[in-house]
Design a protein around this ligand. Structure first.
Ligand SMILES: *Cc1c(COP(=O)(O)O)cnc(C)c1O
Length: 408
């Protein structure tokens, strides 16, 4: 075990001995990259030409007027290539892979968004790409599987365990052990063994750096609060890192699903259903029972449906340097409807968690306050879930007719 990468008592790198050298190499290459004075500019140039960076900070004038409280700004990570902040992480790791001289990348994916982002990166850089995905998720997320395959990736359905994200992660580690020389594992969020939490947060810090500059240009002062949804924690780490100041309150919003009391949720930092443990190579709060068995999670947003959370956020939670809240599926749908109707913006279901919490608090704040909501992604991908939740009859007819065409 490597005695590095601890955030208080959280984090670490609990990896099989055979991977120790690979992790040492990864950390050394990452340190070199971070110390290279030219790297950050190279990264920003790439993101500027490939992924619409810097993303805008949009003043939500109509929502602000509606709530009669704090001035609301939205950081538009939805405008990235492939529609979410995930592009920041995969392109950063892609540059690292090039420097390491490796030729193949592997990734885990749940809903498929990280898989799609990794497949685009691999296509652009000319890497071989294999994506591990639970068999259940392969069935649920056919459109994303289609795109990954079109971009040249091999998608491997994982049939172990409960056949979802955590099983895909285990399988990706298994692959890595047998192909360490050629292969880099592009982990999708600020979780997992050191140095992944630090590395992913570093690439995502581009969000916070931009947002800080943009809000100071617009308002000549720092925001009162910054909101981000928390799945694994990478978009939250990205924006929070731009506002380490005492006067800015960072608010992480988890998925309360059907309600925290129902047991059907994905909150690790706002309930007693989670406890500290070691799994998947790191120590953090996990949704697990007293035997260390992982519990089933639920959220309307597939990207928030995970048993662990970034060890960096676990430390911030225990130290009180960030506040954590949880909102329900129903609250998320209401926030989504309001944002579409008032601003013509469609947040991803994940991002809508941050909007929902911000909407609870904005009316209680003063007009001198400003807040930033990190819109981690766009909602187009969620059309099936959102249309279902809204019970739109003509959408239902469309789906039935499509199904009929294939049946005939
Ligand atoms: C994957 C995803 C998330 C959750 O990941 P974090 O690492 O917590 O940021 C949030 N929003 C969107 C749009 C996503 O695709």
């Amino acid at each position: 075990m490597i005695d590095r990468g601890y955030y208080g008592t959280f984090g670490g790198a609990f990896v099989p001995e055979i991977l120790t050298a690979t992790f040492d190499e990864l950390e050394a290459e990452f340190r070199k990259l971070k110390a290279d004075p030219g790297f950050w500019q190279e990264y920003c140039d790439l993101m500027g030409s490939y992924s619409c960076r810097p993303t805008p900070l949009t003043y939500a004038e109509n929502l602000t007027r509606h709530f009669q409280g704090a001035k609301i700004y939205i950081k538009r990570e939805d405008l990235n290539h492939t529609g979410a902040h995930k592009a920041n992480n995969v392109m950063g790791q892609g540059l690292l892979v090039k420097r390491m001289g490796k030729t193949r990348v592997i990734a885990e994916t749940g809903a498929g968004q990280h898989g799609v982002a990794t497949a685009t990166m691999a296509a652009k850089f000319g890497f071989d790409c294999t994506v591990y995905m639970g068999e259940v998720d392969v069935k649920r997320q056919r459109p994303n599987v289609f795109w990954m395959e079109q971009m040249g990736a091999t998608v491997v359905p994982v049939t172990d365990g409960t056949r979802i994200l955590k099983d895909a992660i285990n399988e990706a580690f298994r692959d890595w052990v047998s192909h360490m020389d050629t292969t880099h594992y592009v982990l999708g969020t600020a979780c997992g063994p050191h140095p992944f939490p630090e590395m992913v947060s570093y690439f995502q810090s581009i969000i916070g750096k931009e947002a800080r500059k943009q809000i100071l240009e617009r308002e000549s002062k720092l925001p009162t609060r910054v909101y981000a949804c928390v799945g694994g924690g990478s978009n939250a780490m990205g924006i929070f890192s731009g506002f380490p100041d005492d006067q800015v309150e960072c608010v992480g919003v988890e998925a309360a699903g059907h309600g925290l009391a129902s047991g059907k949720h994905a909150s690790r930092l706002c309930t007693d259903d989670a406890s500290v443990g070691v799994a998947q190579g790191y120590k953090t709060y996990f949704l697990q029972d007293s035997d260390g068995q992982m519990k089933e999670t639920h959220s309307i947003a597939a990207g928030l449906d995970y048993v662990g959370v970034s060890p960096i956020l676990s430390q911030m939670h225990d130290q009180g340097t960030a506040r954590f809240e949880a909102v329900t599926d129903a609250e998320v749908i209401e926030a989504l409807k309001l944002t579409m109707g008032k601003e013509g913006i469609i947040p991803a279901l994940e991002s809508a968690h941050a909007f929902a919490q911000a909407f609870k608090e904005a009316p209680t704040m003063s007009k001198d306050d400003t807040i930033i909501i990190n819109q981690s992604g766009r909602g187009d991908k969620d059309i099936f879930t959102i249309a279902d939740a809204l019970g739109d009859p003509s959408w239902k007819r469309f789906i039935m007719e499509k199904a009929g065409e294939y049946h005939a």
